[in-house]
Design a binder for this molecule. Structure first.
Ligand code: NAD
Length: 395
């Protein structure tokens, strides 16, 4: 098969196995270049195949020599259709981890279900005994609740009032105005059910009851705050309500972890191009402007640079500074005064005509296609290759 990108809205329906492998290798090389981290040794990553979860898994394995179990929801290939990018990423990670002598196990299934939780616990008991870290990095449009059987769908909407602002179609570069109607009470509740902290709490509770948490255990989940410009659609919107819930869950989990001297953290991360963030209106335009400013200042980071700082300079450093709300901040460079000062004037002026001079739309697009293994100079995209790639032993 000759594999080219095929996009539908903000998703790409194809992925390139060799390109995804290069993308993973670049992240492994980056982590190795930063030297070893005195970090965790037995790590469970929930949402391990793309974005922040994959970068965290790479940081744990190749920075700290950790054994990792990765959970994800991805599609394998058929003769006629490529696998999803996260499948190829995991195949590449697994191969490199095993070549480096690192334990790697993979579970493809619905992390919200009791079945996957039980399966994971069995594997931990059999292979690792206990885990000393859990990274919780799910981004999902829906969740079937394991107790009620109800499927909740998340929405990205403002709350209270309609919200009007600029947005971009990042494929065509057309800047337009979008008005988004506020979410109903049910939509807010559903989004909190999907992206809030209930499932994180259920995971840690299940792992604790099974006696598989190491003394000094740590767990981390990810949040975002961002500037005032995006507050209506993010922080004060449905997703922000879910993140508020996630923060409360971190406190509830920490309270449950006393016996093992454990702690749950929320890390506030930088806005980045991932499959999840490209689905949010307004945010891709903000990210394009942000990329330009941060690159000019030499402050630009991707998921792997963020994961590297999270592990080496925050979670496993000698002194961990938290903000007034008890959160880890690795959005510190994004939120720096001199970075944010540049955003607002560009935002006010930006149009379809001046998009390339005021933003790094090319950088946004290039990162988007890299998520699916496209745009790597090492790869000849005219080659006829098999889309079928195995993840040995995947459950
Ligand atoms: P992503 O889409 O790249 O990754 C999501 C992961 O979740 C994938 O591994 C996917 O397979 C897995 N997944 C989804 N549904 C699943 C299910 N039912 N069962 C098992 N696995 C499932 O997303 P991301 O952007 O890396 O987001 C991860 C976290 O980071 C989210 O909490 C997000 O809000 C947060 N975050 C993202 C940004 C950003 O700009 N991208 C910024 C700050 C915080």
């Amino acid at each position: 098969m000759i594999i080219k990108p095929k996009t539908r809205g903000f998703i790409c329906t194809t992925a390139h196995p060799e390109g995804c492998a290069v993308h993973v290798q670049e992240q492994i090389d980056y982590i190795k270049s930063k030297g070893s981290i005195n970090g965790p040794k037995k790590v469970l990553v929930i949402g391990a195949s793309t974005g922040y979860g994959l970068a965290s898994r790479i940081a744990a394995a190749f920075g700290s020599g950790a054994a990792t179990i990765g959970i994800f929801f991805e599609k394998p290939a058929s003769e006629a259709k490529t696998a999803s990018a996260g499948w190829y990423n995991t195949a590449a990670f697994d191969k490199k981890a095993k070549e480096a002598g690192l334990y790697s196990r993979n579970i493809n299934g619905d992390a919200f279900s009791d079945e996957i939780k039980n399966k994971t616990i069995d594997i931990i008991k059999k292979d690792l005994g206990k885990v000393d870290m859990v990274v919780y990095s799910l981004a999902s449009p829906r969740r079937t609740h394991p107790k009620t059987g109800v499927t909740h769908n998340s929405v990205i909407k403002p709350t209270g009032n309609p919200y009007t602002n600029k947005t971009i179609d990042f494929h065509s570069g057309v800047v337009s105005e979008v008005t988004i109607q506020p979410a109903s009470e049910d939509e807010i509740k559903d989004t909190v059910a999907v992206m809030g902290g209930e499932d994180w709490e259920m995971w840690i509770q299940a792992l604790k009851s099974a006696g598989v948490l190491e003394n000094g255990f740590k767990t981390v989940a990810f949040s975002y705050i961002g500037p005032k410009l995006t507050h209506a659609i993010y922080t004060n919107g449905t997703i922000g309500k879910a993140k508020e819930h996630l923060e409360n869950s971190s406190k509830a989990i920490t309270a449950q972890l006393k016996e093992v001297h454990g702690k749950a953290y929320v890390s506030v991360n930088k806005a980045l191009v991932t499959q999840a963030s490209s689905a949010i209106p307004v945010v891709p335009l903000y990210i394009s402007i942000l990329y330009k400013i941060m690159k000019e200042k030499g402050l630009h980071e991707g998921c792997i640079e963020q994961a590297s700082r999270l592990f080496a300079e925050r979670l496993y450093s000698d002194s961990l500074e938290l903000d007034s709300e008890g959160r880890i901040r690795i959005d510190d460079w994004e939120m720096r005064g001199d970075v944010q000062e540049g955003i607002v004037p560009a935002w006010e002026k930006i149009t379809t005509e001046n998009i390339h001079s005021l933003s790094d739309l090319e950088g946004y697009r290039s990162d988007f296609f890299k998520l699916f293994g496209f745009g790597f100079k090492e790869i000849n995209y005219e080659n006829d290759i098999s889309p079928i790639v195995e993840i040995p032993g995947v459950e």
